[in-house]
Design a binder for this molecule. Structure first.
Ligand code: NAP
Length: 133
């Protein structure tokens, strides 16, 4: 997040950014970067919202899925949306793509959003920008 913040700050001087595409899921919630993007009217787009599937077997996420009568994937995607993130889940299976789209007819309560927010442990399931330099 520090590296990406520095990149955005440096290049904002020279160019106009309208979108930043960054890994975002319950284990990776770079809130400082999200806040910075919002302050500059840059859309924050989150990729790997299911942590490439890692988040789907976490006990807290399974518990929330049961509570809301949804799937773990829907909980992760809905959480991203409620945090104001443009989210891009991926599946090669038609039925999962449909499942992943059905996230606009329920709301995760604020205290449960906070549980998910508290799961950030900084892990990357894609590339780690801080390892570039
Ligand atoms: N800009 C970048 O550097 C960057 C880096 C990484 C990814 N991305 C993009 O971000 C998007 C998503 O990333 P991602 O595919 O790496 O991670 P992801 O969306 O977090 O996870 C995808 C994995 O979850 C499984 N899955 C999807 N929906 C599911 C469901 N409802 N139930 C159970 N399993 C489910 C998929 O398997 P199945 O296919 O078998 O369903 C796949 O293994 C992609 O469009 C990708 O191109 C961008």
């Amino acid at each position: 997040q520090g590296f990406l913040l520095n990149v955005l700050r440096k290049f904002l001087l020279k160019a106009f950014f309208c979108l930043s595409k960054v890994e975002y899921h319950p284990f990776q919630r770079p809130q400082e970067l999200v806040d910075y993007c919002r302050s500059r009217e840059i859309v924050f787009e989150g990729y790997c919202p299911l942590a490439k599937g890692e988040a789907l077997t976490h006990p807290s996420i399974i518990q929330l899925a049961k509570k809301y009568g949804r799937t773990p994937a829907q909980i992760c995607i809905r959480w991203s949306i409620q945090n104001g993130i443009v989210t891009i889940p991926k599946s090669t299976r038609a039925e999962r793509i449909q499942e992943n789209c059905k996230v606009f007819d329920f709301t995760i309560a604020e205290d449960d959003v906070e549980i998910l927010n508290g799961m950030h442990d900084g892990r990357h399931v894609s590339w780690d920008p801080s390892l570039i330099v």
